[in-house]
Design a protein around this ligand. Structure first.
Ligand code: GCV
Length: 699
């Protein structure tokens, strides 16, 4: 008898152990941070006891947006309760959606607060418009998903920036420029007849983090996307995304009046050109009444623009702005550098645009990249921030990792964006304060891959971008933890490990690719892997050696008064600080200074020793991430754990490759022995130079 019971008990223990060891879920990443996995322990018991019912809609106006909010709340709460649909009790808590009467554009925020109605428990989500209520619903689910009891959720939020935008560099044939997550999610070929349901899931994910605008096509735009057939397709997208509070923008090719309209010119002063754009804008608004406007890359990297006719950027932008009128906005990009201009490339945008301050129409926004070069792993903030007080300026960030390893390994970008947002410009506040009245755009990293972003961790960058555009004061760590809790696990220890991995990951990439302010050392064209030796491209400023300027005497780009003078574009106090190597933030040292290899740093090391140490730190950082991730195997579902293990194995190889190839090349230039304790590169320099990747994605 006793022996039989003992056997049963042992079997029960074995079954329990097997169940515990079994994968938690089969997960493919499609659900992103909206998994709503069942709560655990007390939080689960509490939410089941609260048994929320959804909703009593105070504003009963028929609204697709409110219907979505209601569905999201039902679906999310059921998931968190571990049920397939919410269960009611006699004492269910009512969630009241109290959303005003307007159909605004989502600019408004929301308040969430518990209350009692005739003795019964309730939670009110109040907003000035329906989209605000949708945002409030997602915020409520986020808080519940982090384990906050329903009765304790109190929020009073408003977006810091009115425009929170994703820019897709998607081409109409489905190829995504600098995209590493498959093909475009927009199937233009079958639109408008067929709308992939994935596009609705995309809008849902965006709405959940407050993104309210999407430019649907590459800034290297095709004129034909302004043809009626594309306007009809765009209208179908706009209809699908409107209930989620998203307005569509279109990248417009400046020369379209010639290509589509048969005009002999695209001169912004030409009356026929103006009339063509006016008619085009009217045609678009007839199909899409809330069309956001045009995004324009002009006179940049071969794109046509007003300078082709001797007109300024302001004249070009204002002509388009007049066509849109008060219906929409022209977002004009400040990313320009000229094949003819031999001055420092990083100084050209400021030189071009700053004198135009005050000349842009009110419905023009100047979109400025975070740094003056091009989305490098680290750049000082762009000197245009703060330098155009009479112009509406927004920040352009890159979510897709063109220069940070593409879709390999992990590089969590919130710390990069925070670094820029928090930078004090010395002219009217931080970058966040200067751009807050306008907005922030991110070049999307979304594609047709099942997990949307190529790697699971890249979804954190999409998420973090939206959260920071909503509230730039959020910390990188809080965003990492809230994303990971919704994406992977609520286990506190595991969350701590994941957040630590994420927080160090961008600095790790900087360390093994471009420490101490080095930049643009990547392979030509595809920007994958190291190629600091490239010096022979037709245009000087496309060559890595243009940027590092390494020779036997030293390394770095002198941008001081003795060099390119680009430093003078910053506010005087900042320029003064950065003009002396001793007071320059070491993270920007070689961005602003050309220094001898023997230059002594605050660390006590020479520049050469510090570079070698940084490369080693980068390699060690990736090794640490891989070890930390391996330790998480019991806490993460097997499918995603294995995928991320493989991503990190690739990153370990890439970090070593960057380190070894860079050290081998610098040694070939400076002729110095490696600092003591530095392991020699695995292969000779010639072997690294031979590596070629004509098939690298995203070009
Ligand atoms: C869309 C960089 C990228 C280009 C991109 C350009 C831009 O140069 O490599 O692919 O073109 O920036 O921002 O316009």
């Amino acid at each position: 008898m006793m022996r039989g019971r003992g056997l049963v008990n042992r079997l029960a223990v074995i079954v329990a152990a097997l169940l515990a060891a079994a994968p938690l879920h089969a997960e493919d990443g499609y659900a992103l941070w909206l998994r709503h996995a069942p709560l655990e322990g007390e939080a689960l018991a509490a939410l089941r006891a609260e048994a929320p019912i959804v909703p009593v809609i105070v504003d009963r106006a028929d609204s697709p947006t409110l219907a979505i909010a209601e569905t999201e709340l039902r679906r999310g709460i059921a998931g968190l309760q571990g049920h397939d649909r919410p269960r009611l009790t006699a004492d269910s808590t009512e969630i009241i959606l109290d959303c005003g009467t307007t159909r605004g554009d989502g600019a408004a925020g929301f308040v969430i607060a518990p209350e009692r109605i005739e003795g019964r428990r309730a939670v009110r989500i109040a907003a000035a418009d329906h989209v605000g209520c949708l945002y409030g619903s997602f915020a409520l689910l986020r808080a519940l998903g982090e384990g906050t009891p329903l009765s304790e959720i109190r929020r009073d939020e408003a977006p810091a920036m009115p425009l929170r935008m994703l820019d897709h560099w998607d081409n109409p044939d489905g190829h995504v420029e600098r995209g590493y997550a498959g093909r475009s999610i927009i199937d233009w070929w079958h639109l408008p007849d067929k709308l992939d349901p994935r596009l609705v899931d995309y809008a849902r994910a965006n709405a959940s983090i407050g993104i309210n605008a999407v430019a649907v096509n590459n800034v290297n735009a095709k004129a034909f996307m302004l043809e009626p057939r594309y306007i009809a397709r765009l209208a179908r997208l706009a209809d699908a995304w409107r209930p989620y509070g998203i307005r569509v923008f279109l990248s417009a090719r400046f020369s379209a009046p010639m290509e589509l309209g048969g005009l002999p010119t695209a001169d912004p002063r030409d009356p026929a050109v103006k009339a063509w754009w006016q008619a085009k804008a009217d045609e678009i608004y007839a199909a899409i009444p809330d069309f956001g406007g045009f995004l324009v890359k002009a006179n940049s990297e071969g794109q046509p623009g007003p300078q082709d006719y001797g007109r300024s950027h302001a004249e070009g932008a204002n002509m388009l702005a007049a066509a849109l009128g008060d219906r929409g906005t022209v977002i004009w990009r400040a990313f320009v550098y000229s094949p003819e201009d031999t001055s420092d490339r990083t100084a050209q945008a400021y030189a071009e645009f700053q004198p135009l301050d005050g000349q842009f129409a009110l419905n023009v926004i100047l979109q400025v990249k975070n740094g003056a070069l091009d989305f490098q792993p680290r750049e000082p903030f762009h000197p245009l921030f703060g330098a155009m007080p009479r112009t509406r300026v927004m920040l352009e960030a890159q979510i897709t990792r063109e220069y940070l390893g593409q879709a390999s390994g992990i590089a969590y970008l919130a710390p990069l964006w925070k670094e820029v947002l928090e930078a004090q410009t010395g002219r009217g506040g931080s970058v966040a304060q200067i751009t807050a009245p306008v907005g922030m755009a991110g070049v999307a990293n979304v594609g047709s891959d099942r997990n949307w972003t190529g790697t699971h961790f890249d979804a954190a960058n999409w998420y973090a971008f939206g959260r920071l555009a909503w509230n730039p004061a959020l910390s990188s760590e809080d965003i990492a933890r809230e994303w990971a809790a919704q994406t992977f696990t609520r286990d506190d220890q595991a969350l701590g490990t994941i957040a630590a991995m994420m927080l160090g990951s961008r600095e790790t990439v900087v360390d093994y690719t471009g420490p101490l302010g080095l930049a643009h050392l990547m392979g030509t064209g595809h920007h994958y892997g190291p190629a600091p030796w490239v010096c022979d491209l037709g245009r000087a400023d496309w060559n890595p050696c243009y940027y590092h300027r390494a020779d036997k005497g030293g390394i770095g780009f002198d941008r001081t008064a003795a060099g390119s003078k680009a430093l003078a574009q910053y506010a005087p106090a900042i320029a003064a600080n950065w003009s002396d190597p001793a007071t320059t933030d070491p993270r920007y040292l070689l961005w602003f200074h050309h220094l001898p290899w023997s230059h002594r740093l605050p660390s006590g090391r020479t520049l050469w020793e510090e570079l070698a140490a940084r490369y080693d730190a980068g390699v060690a950082g990736v090794d640490r991430m891989a070890a930390a991730w391996a330790s998480l195997a019991p806490a993460i579902d097997a499918e995603r754990h294995a995928a991320i293990t493989a991503d990190l194995a690739i990153q370990r190889k890439e970090a070593r490759w960057w380190r070894d190839a860079s050290l081998a090349y610098w040694q070939s230039v400076n002729g110095l022995a490696l600092p003591p304790g530095t392991a020699p590169p695995a292969e000779p320099l010639a072997a690294y130079k031979l590596r070629a990747f004509p098939e690298a994605p995203g070009q």
